[in-house]
Design a protein around this ligand. Structure first.
Ligand code: HEM
Length: 195
C-alpha cells in the first residue's frame, strides 16, 4: 500500500465512501419517488428480483470452489459486487420505511452489515492484489501467457492472509443474513397461504 495519506484516501476510502454513499442516496431517492408516484406496491415486489440478484451473485463462490468451471473469476467477482449491490438496493426499497414485523428488519440489518462488509472486502482485495502484483513483477514470471499470469495473481490475492481473515467474519455474517432472509420468506409464504 502506498503510504501517502492522499493515496490512501483516493485509492481506498473514496471508492468505499462512493459505493456506500451511492447505495444510501439511491435508496432514499428511490423510496421518495415510489411514494411520490404512488408506486409503493412496486417497491414491495422489488424484494423478489433483489433476492434473485443476490442469489445469482453467489455464482462467483461456486466458480471459486470449482463446483462450476464456466466464467472468468475476475469478471465473476465484478458481477458479484455489482449484482449484490443492485440486489441490496432493491431489497432496501422493498423494505422501505414500513415496519410490520421484527424478523424482516433483522434480515435487512444483517444484509446491510453484509453489504458493508463486502465493500470492506473489495478494498482489502485491491490492497492484496497490489501486493501480489509487486511480488510477481519482482520474480518476472516468464513462460506464462498474460491471461495466465493475471489469473494466478488473482487467486493469490484472494488467498492472501488479510482476505482469509476477512472471510472468517464475512461468511458467518452472510449465513446469519441468509437464515434471517429465509425465515422472512417462509413466513411471507405461510402468510399468503402458499405453503
Ligand atoms: C447482500 C449482499 C452480499 C452478499 C450476500 C455477499 C456474499 C458474499 C459471500 C458469501 C462471499 C464469500 C465468497 C467465497 O469465499 O466463496 C463474498 C465475497 C466477496 N464479496 Fe460479497 N456479498 C454481498 C455484497 C457485496 C458487495 C456490495 C461487494 C462489493 C462492492 C462485495 C464484495 C465481495 C468481495 C470482494 C468478496 C471476496 C471475494 C473472495 O474472497 O474470493 N460483496 N460475498
Amino acid at each position: 500500500m502506498k503510504n501517502s495519506k492522499g493515496s490512501l484516501w483516493r485509492e481506498y476510502m473514496l471508492p468505499f465512501a462512493l459505493l456506500l454513499g451511492l447505495l444510501a442516496a439511491a435508496t432514499l431517492a428511490g423510496d421518495y419517488l415510489l411514494h411520490r408516484l404512488d408506486l409503493v406496491w412496486v417497491g414491495r415486489y422489488l424484494g423478489i428480483p433483489g433476492t434473485l440478484l443476490i442469489i445469482g451473485s453467489l455464482y462467483y463462490s461456486a466458480r471459486k470452489r470449482k463446483w462450476v468451471t464456466t466464467g472468468e473469476p475476475k469478471t465473476l467477482l465484478s458481477m458479484h459486487e455489482f449484482s449484490a449491490w443492485l440486489g441490496s438496493l432493491m431489497v432496501l426499497l422493498h423494505a422501505g420505511i414500513h415496519f410490520n414485523a421484527i424478523l424482516p428488519w433483522l434480515a435487512t440489518v444483517a444484509m446491510g452489515v453484509n453489504v458493508i462488509s463486502g465493500m470492506v472486502g473489495k478494498i482489502l482485495l485491491r490492497q492484496s492484489r497490489q501486493h501480489v502484483q509487486g511480488e510477481r513483477e519482482k520474480f518476472q514470471l516468464r513462460g506464462l501467457s498474460k491471461a495466465e499470469v493475471e489469473q494466478a495473481v488473482f487467486w493469490d490475492a484472494v488467498a492472501l492472509g488479510a482476505m482469509t481473515q476477512w472471510r472468517r467474519v464475512h461468511i458467518p455474517i452472510f449465513i446469519v443474513f441468509a437464515v434471517l432472509a429465509l425465515g422472512h420468506i417462509v413466513s411471507v409464504l405461510l402468510f399468503w397461504g402458499w405453503a
